[in-house]
Every structure is written in structure tokens, then in C-alpha cells.
Design a protein around this ligand. Structure first.
Ligand SMILES: NC(=O)C1=CN([C@@H]2O[C@H](COP(=O)(O)OP(=O)(O)OC[C@H]3O[C@@H](n4cnc5c(N)ncnc54)[C@H](OP(=O)(O)O)[C@@H]3O)[C@@H](O)[C@H]2O)C=CC1
Ligand SMILES: O=C(CO)COP(=O)(O)O
Length: 329
């Protein structure tokens, strides 16, 4: 498991609790030392005691040595550089598994595309885990489902066995594109929901943003070959609802601060170094949509708030004043 942040640590615990031995790589040696010494990663999951079949190291080579699956739990925009450093030590025929929910700035690539490019592996060696998976709830062993997407069904099933336990239920899917787009786009929509909450709006507004957010995600998905039913499933609607509704979501919390009048810099400080992927992905997703002629007004508006200084209140007005249209258009 490469990455000992919130989700990397929680997913490592899921694997270990499913009977899979895990070596967890932490970027900072003090994090690995703390886990080894006290079984806790206090910076990310201070109340979670990690099981004994999970060992931590700051030596990437040790973490990768002999791994059947290499799970990548670093932020999207850092995946390319991290993976390039690990490339020569990736075990032959291991499955490369992405936990990251984002679209790369500049290249506009999904994480599985970045992995294939950097590691020079075929698409059937790359899998994606995506669903309504707030790390803190899972670390507390609250019941949760997720999706493991891989074009090689057998690899997906192997991973499914490796991370199934009494509180975590993974489903397989062959639609990698749909799962990745669902995960990346919902972060941006959660920023918009947070802004609405910060402005004092209630559940009608939330439901409207979630539903229209799903509509624009589905338009993008359709244009890029995703199965529409994937976006109606756990990696689409499921994750969208969890992230948009939860005070535990970093994206929603970030948006809420913007809605209350904080600057992007102040919201960033309040995140204490944890990643709110939508702040960067709103720009890459917007550009991707523009490139293929897909209309994504909420994503475009979130980009304008985060990067062009638009006031969230002005975004509300701009969305409501758009040209009237049919719901399914
Ligand atoms: N948290 C959640 O509930 C969920 C998160 N995800 C996704 O998983 C991915 C990882 O998220 P999460 O674990 O929460 O992120 P965090 O911000 O909690 O942790 C990021 C981890 O990546 C490490 N890292 C390695 N290289 C870098 C770098 N160059 N810059 C910054 N961090 C680096 C960090 O090390 P260090 O501690 O030294 O900074 C840290 O261990 C994201 O794409 C996120 O969207 C998906 C589902 C649930
Ligand atoms: O992806 C997540 C839940 O599925 C976590 O969302 P945040 O990154 O907004 O905390």
C-alpha cells in the first residue's frame, strides 16, 4: 500500500482486516515509525488502532517487494511523479490499483491512464477502487460498499477477495472509465454543495446540485464511453451523495468555507495539508469537457470560484439565469 494518508491508511486496515498481509509505505519516516511503535497514524486517523498484519515502512522498495497488488493511495496530481520513482521496483504481473479520485492537470488523463503510461502496463493490469468511502467511517468499521473496476474480471475478483470483510463489501465492475469519472466529478459537485451550505441554503438546493451534478457527470461519461448504469451505482450516485452530504468530506468542507466567505488560501490552510481533489480537478474536468463539447455548468462555475475569484453568490445567480431547457437535454 503506497501512501499513508487518510484513505491509504484506512484501506490498508480494510485489507489487513480481510486477512491480507499489508506493507504500508509512508512518505515520512516518522509516520512509519509511529505506526510500528504504537499502531496508530495520529496525523490522519488518531483514534484507529491498526491490526498486527499491517506493517509500515518509509522504504518504498520494501513495500513493493513481492506484492501481488500495488495499491496507490497518493493524491492524483502527485501520482505520476510518485509512480515514476517506484516504476523499476514494481513486481512483474502485480495488479496496480488506484485509490485516487481526480483527473490530471495538463494531460487531462484519468488515473488509470496515468498508471498505464508511467508503468508501461496493459489496461488489464490496472484496477480502480471507488465508491462512497469516507476514510474515517471505514476506519471506524462502519458498514460500507465499494466498486473494484478492472477490465480483467479475474483480477477484480482477486482484489475483491483481498478486501472483503464484515464491514466492507466490494462489488466488481469492468467499467473503469465510469468508476473513475464518477469519483473525480463528485469531488467538484461536493465543492458546489459545500458552497451552497456555506451560503445558508438547505436540502432543496443540495438535492438540485446533486441531481444536476449527476446529469453533467453522466453527459461527460457518455461522451467518454462510460456505462450510464455505473454512474447510477456506488461509484457514481453513491459516492456523490456521501461526499455532498457529509461534514467529513474535505471537498464539501472546503466549499463550505468558500461559501462563508473564506478565500481559497484560507480554506487550504484549514485543510491541514489533506487533499481536496476537486479544487484542482474542477479545472482539468472543465477542460476535458470543453475539449469534447460537453456542457458542465456546475464544474465550470466551481472552477471560476476556485481559480478566477468568482463570488459563490454570483455563481448561484449565474446557474439560475442560464438559458431555460428540458431536463434531459
Ligand atoms: N480520504 C478519503 O475518505 C478518501 C480519499 N480518496 C482518494 O484517495 C486519494 C488519497 O487521499 P487521502 O489518503 O485521503 O489523502 P491525504 O491527503 O489524507 O494523504 C495523502 C497521502 O499521500 C502522501 N503523499 C505522497 N506524495 C505526496 C505528494 N507529493 N504530495 C502530497 N502528498 C503526498 C501523503 O504523505 P504525507 O503524509 O507525508 O503528506 C499522504 O500519506 C485522493 O485521490 C482521494 O480523493 C478516495 C476515497 C476516500
Ligand atoms: O472520496 C471520498 C469519499 O468517497 C472522500 O471525499 P473527500 O476527499 O471530499 O473527503
Amino acid at each position: 500500500m503506497m501512501g499513508a494518508g487518510s484513505w491509504g491508511t484506512a484501506f490498508a486496515k480494510v485489507l489487513a482486516d480481510s486477512g491480507t498481509d499489508v506493507v504500508l509505505w509512508a512518505r515520512r519516516p516518522e509516520v512509519a515509525d509511529e505506526i510500528t511503535r504504537s499502531r496508530v497514524n495520529s496525523g490522519y486517523l488518531p483514534t484507529t488502532v491498526l491490526p498486527p498484519n499491517l506493517v509500515a515502512t518509509a522504504d518504498a522498495g520494501k513495500a513493493l517487494d513481492g506484492a501481488r497488488a500495488v495499491v496507490l493511495g497518493v493524491p492524483s496530481q502527485t501520482l505520476r511523479a510518485n509512480l515514476a520513482r517506484w516504476r523499476s521496483a514494481l513486481p512483474p504481473d502485480s495488479t496496480l490499483v488506484s485509490l485516487a479520485k481526480g483527473v490530471e492537470l495538463g494531460t487531462l488523463k484519468r488515473m488509470s491512464e496515468v498508471i498505464r503510461e508511467v508503468a508501461e502496463v496493459p489496461e488489464d493490469r490496472v484496477a480502480v477502487v471507488s465508491g462512497p468511502n469516507l476514510a474515517k467511517e471505514i476506519a471506524a468499521e462502519q458498514p460500507t460498499a465499494t466498486v473494484i473496476a478492472c477490465t480483467d474480471h479475474d483480477r477484480a475478483v482477486e482484489l475483491q477477495h483481498a478486501c472483503s470483510n464484515a464491514y466492507f463489501r466490494p462489488y466488481t465492475n469492468v467499467d473503469v472509465v465510469g468508476c473513475e469519472l464518477g469519483g473525480a466529478c463528485k469531488n467538484v459537485i461536493a465543492l458546489a454543495c459545500g458552497m451552497a451550505a456555506g451560503l445558508g441554503f438547505g436540502d432543496n438546493t443540495m438535492a438540485s446540485i446533486i441531481t444536476r451534478g449527476l446529469a453533467e457527470t453522466a453527459r461527460l461519461g457518455a461522451a467518454l464511453g462510460a456505462d450510464p448504469l455505473t454512474l447510477a451505482g456506488l461509484a457514481g450516485l453513491g459516492d456523490l451523495v456521501a461526499t455532498c452530504a457529509s461534514p467529513l468530506s474535505r471537498n464539501r468542507s472546503f466549499g463550505e468555507r468558500l461559501g462563508r466567505g473564506d478565500t481559497v488560501a484560507r480554506a487550504q490552510e484549514a485543510a491541514h495539508g489533506q487533499v481536496a481533489e476537486g479544487v484542482k480537478s474542477c479545472s482539468s474536468i472543465r477542460e476535458l469537457a470543453a475539449r469534447i463539447g460537453v456542457d458542465m455548468p456546475i464544474t465550470d462555475g466551481v472552477h471560476r470560484v476556485c481559480h478566477e475569484g468568482l463570488d459563490p453568490r454570483a455563481l448561484t445567480a449565474a446557474l439560475l439565469e442560464r438559458e431555460r431547457k428540458a431536463e434531459r437535454q
